[in-house]
Design a binder for this molecule. Structure first.
Ligand code: HGY
Ligand code: MN
Ligand code: MN
Ligand code: MN
Length: 412
């Protein structure tokens, strides 16, 4: 066990400085991919890399890397996460993992530790899904298709290619950002749990064993726009009533086809024309469904599709849906789970092995290299909100656990 420790006050300053970037009057943080906030956060991160005397590298998917002892020959130990946020997001989701990675590189550099493997930290582009999600890590893993670049649109109808072009970037270059598998020795991601398990159990850190899979749909129901006063209830083709009936079925579907790890969320609804005195002819909504088992996920997709279709037929509604994202569940590398657990033990940290209910770049990186994740507790399990926070002591513990694991892997 190395006696080296991170420079915690420096990490604290970074967390405080970054969380001011993109913060809005609503106290939430707005750094959605390729918005002003995201670009400001990227600029700030690039300055920290250069200030630390690390090598800066940006790939075709606009993933930003800091590198230590990089020679393009030896496979590197890569730490990563994402600086982009959901709208009105919190200060730690993604950002903490990137800043801890940066702090580990600075600490190792200052300690002059001889490395058999170079170290890298990466900020992955559009993890949160302004354009679908996990874009940067999918580029590195060679999973991107031209459709994901030229067809995926945000809520305003802007494509990823257009958003990147507005910042002088050619999205097609992302198709060539694939990393050779043998260029990475291992990938580690530190992330907030975004759930209540560690906080409730008073654990300092979590070691992730499996990461949930998901599918995300954009669904449109089309009925008949009509007058709210003159149209009798039995003569309506009310698209919102279709959504209301469908939403009422979610618990039954999870009960019949899901598992204790299943989750289903309707996070966004749009009614048109959106007037109080008009029966909505159009209802658009998002459906986000998750489970850690691939077969369960497939069964849930089937059940949701059948329920939607039966409801639409009964109500004479037209329905369409587009798959915005489909990410398989992944297990973390057992060897890295053991390494992280052993190091947590050696640091005398109260730790727990657990699954992740959130999706992460780590599950994409697991398709090309050994992958492990460290969780730190989320107070009251809150995330994707300005209430998102983790006690400073647990941030320091998680960061030192990352440092110990990286020192071990870099000496392999
Ligand atoms: O949606 C997720 O699970 C992640 O926060 N992007
Ligand atoms: Mn995240
Ligand atoms: Mn998130
Ligand atoms: Mn992540």
């Amino acid at each position: 066990m190395s006696p080296i420790r991170i420079d915690f006050p420096r990490l604290q300053r970074d967390i405080e400085a970054l969380s001011a970037i993109g913060r809005d009057a609503d106290r939430g943080i707005h750094r959605m991919a390729f918005t002003e906030g995201d670009l400001a956060g990227r600029r700030w991160f690039r300055e920290r890399i250069l200030e630390a005397g690390l090598e800066f590298y940006e790939d075709g998917a606009a993933n930003l890397h800091g590198r230590l002892d990089w020679d393009g020959e030896r496979p590197s130990v890569l730490m990563g996460s994402h600086l982009d946020t959901v709208p009105a997001g919190g200060p730690l989701d993604g950002a903490l993992g990137v800043l801890v990675g940066l702090e580990v590189l600075r600490t190792v550099k200052e300690a002059g530790v001889p490395l058999r493997h170079p170290l890298e930290v990466v900020d992955f582009t559009d993890e949160e899904g302004r354009f679908g999600g996990l874009f940067g890590s999918q580029a590195v893993a060679g999973q991107l298709t031209p459709a994901m670049i030229h067809e995926a649109r945000d809520l305003e109808g802007v494509t990823l290619a257009e958003a990147m072009a507005s910042w002088g970037l050619d999205a097609n270059a992302a198709l060539f950002a694939r990393r050779p598998k043998d260029s990475i020795h291992a990938y580690l991601e530190l992330h907030i749990e975004q759930g209540p398990v560690l906080d409730r159990g008073d654990f300092s850190v979590g070691v992730v064993e499996a990461i949930t899979g998901l599918f995300k749909w954009d669904v449109q129901l089309r009925g008949q726009t009509n007058h709210a006063g003159t149209t009798p209830m039995d003569m309506r083709v009310d698209s919102f009533q279709g959504l209301a009936e469908f939403a009422g079925e979610i618990e039954r579907i999870l009960e019949e086809h899901g598992s204790p790890h299943s989750r289903a969320t309707i996070g966004r609804v749009e009614l048109r024309p959106g007037a109080a005195n008009t029966v909505p002819g159009y209802t658009g909504f998002s459906l986000d469904v998750r489970d850690t088992d691939p077969d369960t996920l497939a069964n849930l997709a089937d059940a949701f599709r059948r329920t939607l279709s039966a409801m639409a037929r009964r109500r004479q509604l037209m329905f369409e849906f587009q798959v915005l994202s489909e990410i398989p569940p992944q297990r973390c590398d057992p060897g890295l789970v053991q390494l992280l657990s052993d190091k947590a033990q050696a640091l005398d940290l109260k730790h727990l092995r657990l699954p992740s209910g959130a999706a992460h770049d780590a599950q994409i990186m697991a398709t090309i290299t050994r992958t492990g994740m460290i969780f730190v507790p989320s107070l009251e399990g809150r995330s994707h909100s300005s209430a998102e926070w983790t006690n400073w002591e647990d941030i320091e513990r998680g960061a030192n656990l990352m440092l110990q694991a990286v020192l071990s892997l870099a000496a392999d």
